[in-house]
Ligand binder design. Structure first.
Ligand code: NDP
Ligand code: ZN
Length: 374
């Protein structure tokens, strides 16, 4: 079933990580259309810091995967905080109708058959394919949402509640879901949970709102004090400027049920002082994924006083994405966004400003219909 079915998609792509900040408008062939696939005509797309790491190829020692792909484009489009309407669906798609509005995050495929998929952990499926820069079994490298259209498995497209604006839903699809999942999983069943959020950027600012909506007492950690007022407005109850005051290291000992690190670099992370701030057997989780050469500076003795655990978390499940959207609807929280109309100049502006940390607190590329004539 198709409406306005495009044989080629258009998007902003790079072929060289040295030109990461200059994606150019290109046309390309979408991946093979599977029976459970959906084509989304895109309305808007958030800009996530993961895209900077991917475009610069900072997480990998190999060349960009698209350059050696067996078929499909030899260029790379990123974008994975997508909202739009369904314009085509495979013959086995029953959960959606043409015209319905859906969101798509950083995952576009999983097998839906393994133990992880069957336990609402499809983000950890060994066959998982990301929405961009990720290779399908047939060799096609996925192309993301700075584009006219995107193709993904129906399971990873989430129904958007009528009352929510697309531009506010976009950032929830990757950044919001990535922080919702570990916060929910780690405070469930705890009375008066206390959560620390480190790094008040795209993910961190949504983490403050989400932890607050889930009933936690929230402490925001930022390198400086410039974001204090904003963080308190977002719903933080306490604020720590880690480079400006030192009292926190004593003040917060034995305080948190969860420390969620959303910082994109470990350079300013004082891990040896943070771990004692956890209550007994609680977790420090890093959703922040820095450059491949960065490491944790960590002394094993720091685990000893409270039996704490350190780990990570990836994206979230479909079930959690749907829960997050209804939480946003119920509590009325919205990501703080800055809109940029999509174009070559707009994509350049969003990427370079995010790279400089000049964002409050998430860029969303908008006006796709106008630009792509869709
Ligand atoms: P942003 O750039 O919007 O925010 C990052 C924040 O990190 C900044 O606001 C800043 O907070 C803090 N920070 C600490 N040190 C540095 C530094 N040296 N340079 C710049 N910022 C620094 O990024 P996003 O929120 O979009 O992404 C955060 C991280 O999460 C990235 O590493 C991204 O790849 C990762 N990510 C992981 C996912 C997962 O599944 N695990 C999914 C999506 C993203 P402050 O000023 O308050 O100190
Ligand atoms: Zn992301």
């Amino acid at each position: 079933t198709t409406v306005n079915y495009p044989t080629e998609f258009k998007g902003f792509a790079i072929t060289d990580p040295n030109q990461w900040d200059h994606p150019k408008l290109t046309s390309y062939q979408p991946k093979h259309f599977g029976p459970h696939d959906i084509d989304i005509e895109i309305e808007c797309c958030g800009i996530c810091a993961s895209e900077l790491f991917s475009l610069k190829n900072d997480w990998s020692n190999d060349p960009l995967a698209c350059l050696s792909s067996k078929y499909g484009p030899k260029s790379q489009v990123v974008g994975h905080e997508i909202v739009g309407r369904i314009v085509a669906k495979g013959e086995k798609v029953t959960m959606y109708n043409i015209g319905q509005r859906v969101g798509l995050g950083a995952q576009a495929y999983s097998c839906l058959d393994c133990s992880r998929c069957k336990s609402s952990n499809e983000q950890y499926c060994p066959h998982a394919v990301g929405t961009y820069c990720s290779t399908y079994q047939d060799g096609y490298v996925s192309q993301g949402g700075y584009a006219s259209h995107v193709r993904a498995l129906d399971h990873f497209c989430f129904p958007v509640p009528e009352s929510l604006d697309s531009k506010h839903v976009g950032p929830l699809m990757c950044g919001g879901l990535t922080v919702f999942s570990p916060i929910k999983r780690n405070i469930e069943g705890i009375t008066n949970p206390r959560v620390a959020i480190i790094g008040i950027g795209g993910l961190g600012h949504m983490a403050i709102m989400i932890a607050n909506a889930l009933g936690a007492d929230v402490t925001a950690f930022s390198r400086g004090s410039s974001k204090k007022e904003d963080a308190m407005k977002m719903g933080a109850h306490h604020f720590v400027a880690t480079s400006e005051d030192n009292d926190w290291k004593n003040q917060y000992v034995d305080s948190f049920d969860l420390i969620l690190n959303c910082a994109s670099s470990t350079k300013a992370l004082q891990l040896n002082d943070l771990l004692p701030c956890l209550k007994v057997n609680r977790r420090f989780l890093s959703v922040g994924l820095p450059h491949k050469d960065e490491e944790f500076d960590l002394k094993p003795i720091q685990f000893f006083s409270n039996g704490c655990t350190i780990g990570s978390s990836k994206l979230g499940s479909r079930q959690e994405a749907i829960e997050l959207l209804s939480l946003a609807e119920k509590h009325g929280f919205k990501p703080w966004i800055q809109e940029i109309p999509i174009s070559e100049a707009g994509v350049h502006e969003g990427l370079t400003k995010l790279d400089r940390g000049d964002v409050k607190y998430r860029f969303v590329l908008t006006e796709f219909h106008k630009f792509f004539n869709t």
